[in-house]
Each structure stands twice: as C-alpha cells, then as structure tokens.
Design a protein around this ligand. Sequence first.
Ligand SMILES: [Zn+2]
Length: 71
Amino acid sequence: MNISERQIEAGEAVVSLERDTAIARIRAALEGAGEDRCIVCDEPINPARRAAIPSAERCIGCQTQFEKERL
Ligand SMILES: [Zn+2]
C-alpha cells in the first residue's frame, strides 16, 4: 500500500509544528529566566514555584492574597 503525498505532507506538518512548539517553549524558558518577578510586589518568584507553575505571575504571598480576595 502506498502512502499518498498528501499524507506524508500532513505528517511532516505535524512533526514540524511539534518541533516549533518545543523550540518556542525552550526559548521562552531561557528568555524568561531571571525575569520571574511578581507582578504585584516585584519580588523574584521562587524558582520551584515557577517550575511547577510556568505561568505564575505572582509570588506565593501575593498569589495567596489574590485568591483570598477573589473568593
Ligand atoms: Zn508578590
């Protein structure tokens, strides 16, 4: 059975997309290093917290306060 060119192209597109996504993620992680400051108090965010929650914008104290106020 032959695989059509279309199927090959589709497969390559997926691989390319995944690779681009992975590269973008690594680049963002590298560029983000050292800029992980809380948007509220401008204190550095704990690296362990940052690793656990890459999208974290607040330090633990401000996040806790934020969640309390939101409830
Ligand atoms: Zn903070």
